[in-house]
Design a protein around this ligand. Structure first.
Ligand code: TYM
Length: 344
């Protein structure tokens, strides 16, 4: 395998209600990774339209995700922040990957099945081909590391399969064009930490999600202190005390979820949380969780609000980031075209 420069890529959909799951599972990791890597963070608006979106809401949402990135601590001067539709190579490479990926691979994607629901015949072709676009997002930059939550694992595996099949199918041409054994790296998923799958506050068996009709199921990054407090206090628990050891979380998904959230927000493990709160009742623990969540998320929400009033600044960040992203993607796409045998 050729040696690839280490580069981080990840994306977030602008589909409203960024929540604690997005933050702990993804954006907080994005912030950490910028200390040691070159990073590209993308607001994936092309992915958003695989389901119906209202144009005005989509526009606001693209700006909101960008504002959240910055408010959480991503530095758009040092790293690249942009929205996907401004860099045409994503869609272009996705088409190439539509021709590399196999129907059988896409048929196995659980997220398509969940999102398409019972009326599969009526789902968009884009929703079905979504994982090929996601592979293109990453591989347009030949990115090597991809921080995501647990729910994206299968999509990342498909991206690796696409990269590998491209490398094999075009091995001779790749070598002839001076790229050695492989043109694309096999991107590595970074799914780490205490909160790779944050669950709904109303039902510990369901993932915390933007699309849950109950706003009480999630803490939004834009929630104010009172709302956060209310949601934590109303979060579903069980009548038992908190367990003293991790094994005590068996059959208690709500308790485990809240402990995981606390641990991730406080930069510790669930074991540490139980050392402090094990054996105690939920009301004491929830009060501490409210204080912690408000301390960590309050400033993010406030900064998002401030940035919301400055769309010109946000749009400037996106245009500038898109220019830098395009410079990388255009070069890679030209090499892909040569490898494929296109005339340019
Ligand atoms: P999206 O927009 O649904 O979610 C953005 C990120 O948040 C993570 N996440 C969670 N993590 C923990 N617990 C949860 N309850 C939770 N809910 C969401 C997701 O895993 C994700 O990391 N397909 C992607 C976007 C995408 C992408 C990419 C990601 C498009 N192209 C290329 C990486 C690389 C998505 O829909 O994420």
């Amino acid at each position: 395998m050729a040696k690839f420069v280490e580069r981080v890529f990840s994306g977030v959909q602008p589909t409203g209600n960024l929540h604690l799951g997005n933050y702990l599972g993804a954006i907080a990791k994005f912030v950490e990774l910028q200390k040691i890597h070159d990073c590209i963070y993308c607001v994936v608006d092309l992915h958003a339209i695989t389901l119906p979106q209202k144009p005005d809401e989509l526009r606001a949402s693209i700006r909101e995700v960008t504002a959240a990135f910055i408010a959480c601590g991503i530095d758009p001067k040092k790293h690249i922040v942009f929205n996907q539709s401004q860099v045409g190579e994503h869609a272009e490479l996705a088409w190439v990957f539509n021709c590399v990926a196999r129907l059988g691979w896409l048929n196995r994607m659980t997220q398509f099945k969940e999102k398409a629901g019972k009326d599969r015949e009526n789902a968009s072709v884009g929703l079905y081909a979504y994982p090929c676009l996601m592979a293109a997002d990453i591989l347009a930059y030949r990115a090597t590391h991809v921080p995501v939550g647990e729910d994206q694992k299968q999509h990342l595996e498909l991206a690796r399969d696409v990269a590998q099949k491209f490398n094999l199918d075009f091995a001779a041409s790749i070598a002839a064009h001076g790229h050695g054994e492989a043109f694309f790296p096999l991107p590595e998923p970074l799914i780490q930490g205490q909160a790779t799958r944050v669950m709904s506050l109303r039902d510990g068996s369901k993932k915390m999600s933007k699309s849950d009709p109950s706003d009480y199921s999630r803490i939004n990054l834009s929630d104010d202190a009172d709302t956060i407090a209310q949601k934590v206090r109303k979060a579903k628990t069980d009548p038992e005390a908190l367990p003293s050891a991790i094994e005590g979380f068996k059959q208690r998904p709500e308790a485990e979820n809240l402990a995981g959230i606390f641990a991730a927000l406080n930069g510790e493990t669930k074991e540490d949380v139980l050392k402090t709160f094990g054996g105690g009742n939920f009301s004491t623990f929830k009060s501490a969780l409210v204080d912690l969540a408000v301390a960590k998320l309050g400033p993010i929400g406030a900064e998002m609000k401030r940035l919301k009033d400055d769309p010109a600044f946000i749009d400037g960040v996106l245009v500038e980031g898109a220019g830098r992203a395009r410079a990388i993607a255009t070069k890679n796409m030209a090499m892909v075209k040569d490898i494929l045998g296109f005339v340019r």
